[in-house]
Design a protein around this ligand. Structure first.
Ligand code: A3P
Length: 293
């Protein structure tokens, strides 16, 4: 009924230099022509880097910590996904056109593919990066449960595909480095998942300062509690359990899987780790972008 055979376990298509879901590529002209508003805030990430976490934090900040308002709808409706295009449901662009200002906009696009209108309107962007090893493990489980992806194969095969940039949204290395190059721009705040795990209070203060917002300490504490992994895991408006089971099978792996740093040690063999490190050094050579793994 939703044109399932168009989306379930399909090979990826290509959008410029990145592999991407076929239906997203079909919808690209509308995304590229997107009309931003000056008060849009973009949440940009490589997949599995804490997008949902950051989205929940920002929606809570936008509603001054009113948790009832944060439960008004599922996170994928409160923060529409710009380039999302799946037959039978409103596209990200259609959702955003109906969203009152100020809008939060989720995207996984690399910086060079961000629609021009966001820069023309001088929109702010918050980018969140997560270390490559935890991203690839999280992505492997996500490929299994989110059936818009092709079958990931074995961990070993998926690791190779990730290193080769042959996964949805392409090279993690190019993505994090591309956004990092602009980190000094006034309109961009570059955050790390690992920092948010270690000291969420400090990171939320960075966000508030970036937004020019003042919020009471009590409200910050409420927001931090509401956006902890344990709270989000049991919150149906944050944990993706309301999404069609055709698209996401939480029995294969829950969307809110572990929510920790360093889980990669449980999934990489020693040999895989050595290969990965060697390739990592080549990819990141000459960059001062450093991750805590
Ligand atoms: P794991 O698979 O490692 O558990 P995204 O939202 O970009 O798809 O990222 C999903 C990853 O963020 C998953 O990682 C998920 O568990 C984790 N995550 C979601 N909410 C979180 C939270 N409140 N705190 C920590 N991690 C969270």
């Amino acid at each position: 009924s939703m044109g399932n055979d168009e989306i379930i376990r399909q090979d990826l298509d290509r959008l410029h230099d990145i592999p991407l879901y076929k239906t997203f590529v079909k919808g690209w002209p509308q995304v590229n022509a997107f009309q931003a508003r000056h008060d849009d805030l973009v949440i940009a990430t490589y997949p599995k880097s804490g997008t949902t976490w950051l989205s929940e934090i920002l929606d809570a900040i936008y509603h001054d910590g009113n948790l009832e308002k944060c439960r008004r709808d599922a996170i994928y409706n409160r923060v529409p996904f710009l380039e999302m295009n799946i037959p039978g449901v409103p596209s990200g662009v259609e959702q955003l056109e109906k969203t009152p200002s100020p809008r939060l906009v989720k995207t996984h696009l690399p910086i060079h593919l961000l629609p021009a209108s966001f820069r023309e309107k001088d929109c702010k962007v918050i980018y969140m990066a997560r270390n490559a090893k935890d991203v690839v493990v999280s992505y492997y489980f996500f490929y299994q449960m989110a059936k818009i992806h092709p079958d990931p194969g074995t961990m070993s095969e998926f690791l190779q595909a990730f290193m080769d940039g042959k996964v949805a949204y392409g090279s993690w290395y190019e993505h994090v480095k591309g956004w990092w190059e602009k980190r000094h721009e006034k309109w961009l705040l570059y955050l790390f998942y690992e920092d948010m795990k270690k000291n969420p209070q400090r990171e939320v203060q960075k966000i508030l300062k970036f937004l020019g917002k003042e919020v009471s300490e009590e409200t910050v504490a409420r927001i931090l509690h509401h956006t902890s992994f344990q709270e989000m895991k049991k919150n149906p408006s944050a944990n993706y359990e309301t999404m069609s089971a055709v698209l996401m099978d939480h029995n294969l792996s829950p969307f809110m899987r572990k929510g920790i740093s360093g889980d990669w040690v449980n999934h990489f063999t020693v040999a895989q780790n050595e290969r990965f490190d060697q390739h990592y050094q080549q990819q990141m050579a000459g960059s001062d972008l450093c991750f805590q793994m």
